[in-house]
Design a protein around this ligand. Structure first.
Ligand code: IMP
Length: 437
């Protein structure tokens, strides 16, 4: 087999949907290995816009298999809605092209309630001093917590509703204590949830399978597998700007643990880099532009969450962040997205280091608090005003854009693999084939 992993090198929203969709042309299977419907990948195919949250982007290609691996957390209601919507729009979705691991954990309504309650705790529960993460409110953290504490329910449990009920009732003992006692919410009733579970079970059962075996067979048959990361490196639970992170492994190592395909078989890692930086939710962001320049990037780049609609915080490209991601994930090639958004700016800035009270940093510090007062050290470049949407080779790009890209390669320590110059599939400069021949 050959395996290519696509990961975000920033704080998510790097435009992975389009790149994964593009690379799917070279792949046989596309695998989601972590995260859940906190992700939102927007794809524009043939003038049609698709926003996918759980189903791998490969679904939009005929003859490719999309796999939701054990490392993903699945909200069955969201998944079913997504499948129904895709079908309504004429996209083929069936067990032959979509496989769900029975080991994938479920996000159940009490996870969403707990996620929201933690973010907005009532004062009476002593909530005022809590750290707000600015989560997507999709129950991601609580679902991963249950997985880690071995109280989770998995897709497989839906295949036997009596087993499901037993586990649900046991989980609710604790959840309802928290919901009613600490957060002053109404309890979740097992019966209400069982009514939903019957629908989920009947509609999702055909897709549930052992994706370990499916992927093993694919590997033995020499298939090409694309691993579609969600979120970005600095949202990684272990390596990101904790506690302002998500609850899964967003770096390339997550592809191996989340899918069950050994890391030795992951040949290449493609690191997605948006040509500027965005972040949603709380947490440090040294190159943030809190002025009109940031607002202009947000409007031009359409920087509003695909999942929550929240406005994204915008700022200059930060190569401290990208360099750290390159090192964490072993990035072999950079896929630069949204370069076209920068058109018309008089000058472009790239942060190459931070000055902090503790000294000059070229990599993100271990402790997120140490970023307080970090002042970015910038390299400044002249902007470009030309329309770059028709560029298909690097040499088609204006000189100033190329200089900006060269600096990215230099500062990241990895070569360019592709540059996206517009939202459509073909609006791309492709520099190297990603799958080994
Ligand atoms: P959670 O994943 O919903 O728990 O949110 C934790 C943090 O990760 C918050 O700052 C979210 O805004 C951020 N986050 C989660 N998913 C995404 C994503 O797909 N793009 C960007 N930020 C995300």
């Amino acid at each position: 087999m050959s395996g290519v992993v696509v990961i975000g090198t920033q704080w998510g929203d790097e435009g992975k949907g389009k790149v994964v969709d593009l690379l799917t042309g070279e792949a046989d299977l596309v695998v989601r290995f972590q995260g859940g419907n906190n992700a939102g990948h927007t794809l524009v195919v043939g003038g049609e816009t698709y926003a996918l949250h759980l189903v791998p982007s490969g679904i939009l290609h005929k003859g490719k298999r999309s796999v939701v691996a054990p490392g993903v957390v699945v909200d069955p209601e969201v998944l079913l809605t997504e499948i129904r919507e895709l079908k309504k729009r004429g996209v083929e979705v069936g067990p032959e092209n979509l496989a769900l691991s029975g080991k994938a954990h479920l996000i159940l309504p009490y996870h969403n309630l707990l996620d929201e309650a933690r973010e907005n705790p009532p004062a009476v529960s002593g909530g005022d001093g809590r750290v707000r993460i600015g989560t997507t409110g999709r129950g991601i953290g609580p679902a991963y917590e249950d997985k880690a504490s071995r109280q989770g329910l998995r897709l497989n449990d839906l295949l036997d509703l009596e087993v499901f009920r037993g586990k649900l009732e046991s989980a609710l003992l604790e959840k309802n204590c928290l919901l009613t006692g600490l957060y002053r919410k109404a309890p979740v009733k097992a019966e209400d949830l069982m009514a939903k579970a019957r629908i989920w079970a009947s509609e999702l059962a055909p897709y549930v399978t052992d994706t370990f075996l499916l992927l093993l067979k694919a590997r033995e048959a020499g298939k090409r597998i694309l691993f579609e990361g969600a979120q970005g490196s600095q949202l990684d639970l272990d390596h990101g700007t904790y506690p302002y992170v998500t609850s899964s492994s967003t770096t390339s190592g997550g592809a191996a643990t989340g899918s069950g395909v050994p890391f030795k078989e992951l040949d290449r890692v493609l690191g997605l880099v948006k040509a500027y930086t965005t972040r949603v939710g709380e947490g440090p962001f040294p190159t943030e532009l809190k002025d009109e320049a940031g607002d202009a990037l947000r409007e031009k780049g359409g920087e509003y969450g695909t999942t929550t609609g929240r406005p994204r915080r915008c700022g200059w490209l930060d190569m401290v962040v990208v360099r750290t991601a390159r090192a964490l994930s072993g990035v072999d090639g950079l896929a630069v997205t949204k370069l076209d958004v920068l058109r018309g700016l008089k000058e472009l800035k790239i942060a190459v280091a931070y000055k902090t009270p503790a000294g000059r940093l070229e990599y993100l510090p271990q402790e997120t608090r140490d970023l307080e007062g970090a002042v970015p050290e910038y390299r400044v470049f002249p902007g470009f005003s030309e329309d770059i949407g028709k560029a298909r080779r690097l040499s088609d790009l204006p000189r100033n854009a190329r200089e900006y890209l060269n600096a990215m390669e230099e500062e990241a320590g990895a070569p360019l693999a592709l540059v996206s110059v517009g939202p459509e599939r073909d609006e791309t400069v492709i520099l190297s084939k990603m799958f080994p021949a």
